[in-house]
Design a protein around this ligand. Structure first.
Ligand code: ADP
Ligand code: MG
Length: 331
């Protein structure tokens, strides 16, 4: 695009300190990095498109944070430590008022994770941003979706449901008058990084996934890859007071927690002997960890299924949460 090189020089180049393992960053045909011995590289790509993932009036800083954090969250889900990323950006025009805050927020979040922009591509077109992020993980220690075992406990970090509440405020003007609307919009855009937690889970978790599509459907991915089923207790879902007040009652907040996407919390499984160690990890990384259920064997008739209970008791047929049983089928 016209002015592409000025744009790259002005906004993307020389914004960060050089990591020791980056031999060549922006400016050549490829970047060159020297991964540490004994580590594997974890790689993930995510795209956000105007109109699909954010609206035209969204704060560019919030868009940058959310787009990059969703990629960082994929690294966390694998137990990987962030290292490098590239950005393919398509812009309808060079809009400095949009680009400057976008880049400032992107580099601030990247710097906080010692994550260096090493290259990318810039084209003219409808606004979209695609990040490819790379992290490192000691060989063989990555957390995958396939290791959950019968008897393992199911845990989730942080709280669930706030992000979906924030999204409904963004999409429905009527929701703006509900309790905590503004705060919940911020929760939607600004998820917490779970990288520190993930690094400590490498030796404790048997499987892990980040919640991007909703607890039910993401846990289902783990169950399918691990060939097991799970029982979740609705009463133990971690939900904020704000979400309960926003949704009007506990039950609605619980239903939201089951299907709320873009939470970027980690859902992971641990064997019984490692359960107690999680208290210490939660303290050390300053992150609430909640046990929400257990991995069970597949029933003959239902494979890789999630059974919901309330306070340990099976849901009665007229329990409104029965409908949640189908949440994992939406995706
Ligand atoms: P090429 O024609 O070889 O693809 P480009 O002209 O697209 O090279 O890019 C020139 C340099 O600027 C490359 O090193 C590329 O990685 C970097 N670059 C281009 N766009 C971006 C971007 N959006 N973010 C980071 N680096 C970029
Ligand atoms: Mg190019």
């Amino acid at each position: 695009m016209p002015g592409e090189f000025n744009l790259i020089d002005k906004y993307f180049a020389h914004r960060q300190a050089n990591r020791k393992d980056v031999d060549l960053a922006l400016g050549d045909d490829c970047a060159l990095v020297s991964p540490p011995d004994g580590y594997q590289i974890a790689i993930s790509t995510d795209t956000v498109v105007l109109g699909t993932h954010f609206l035209a009036d969204a704060d560019p800083a919030a868009v940058a944070y959310k787009a990059l954090m969703s990629n960082i969250s994929d690294l966390a889900a694998m137990g990987a430590t962030p290292a490098w990323f590239s950005m393919a950006i398509s812009l309808p025009e060079i809009d400095e008022a949009w680009l400057a805050p976008f880049c400032d927020a992107m580099f601030e979040l990247a710097d906080a994770h010692n994550l260096q922009l090493i290259g990318g591509d810039t084209t003219k077109g409808p606004l979209s941003i695609s990040f490819t992020i790379q992290g490192v993980v000691p060989k063989g220690q990555a957390l995958t979706r396939s290791g959950a075992q019968v008897g393992d406990w199911v845990f989730v970090s942080g709280n669930l449901g706030d992000s979906q509440a924030g999204l409904s405020v963004i999409l429905n003007p009527d929701d703006a008058s509900k309790p905590h609307a503004k705060e919940l919009v911020l929760r939607h855009f600004y998820a917490q990084s779970r990288i520190k937690l993930a690094e400590r889970l490498r030796h404790h978790a048997t499987s892990c996934i980040d919640i991007s599509d909703g607890l039910m459907s993401d846990l289902k991915h783990v169950l399918k890859r691990s060939k097991v089923s799970a029982q979740l207790d609705i009463a133990s879902l971690p939900i904020t007071q704000q979400a309960t007040e926003f949704y009007g009652d506990k039950l609605q907040a619980q239903l939201a927690a089951l299907k709320s996407g873009e939470e970027y919390e980690l859902c992971f499984t641990v064997a019984s002997e490692n359960k107690a160690a999680l208290n210490d990890i939660a303290d050390k990384v300053g992150c609430q960890l909640t046990c929400i259920g257990r991995i069970i064997a597949n029933a003959e008739t239902s494979l890789c299924d999630i059974t919901l209970v309330r306070n340990g008791v099976a849901l009665s047929d007229d329990d409104p949460a029965k409908q949640a049983q189908g949440f994992d089928h939406f995706n």
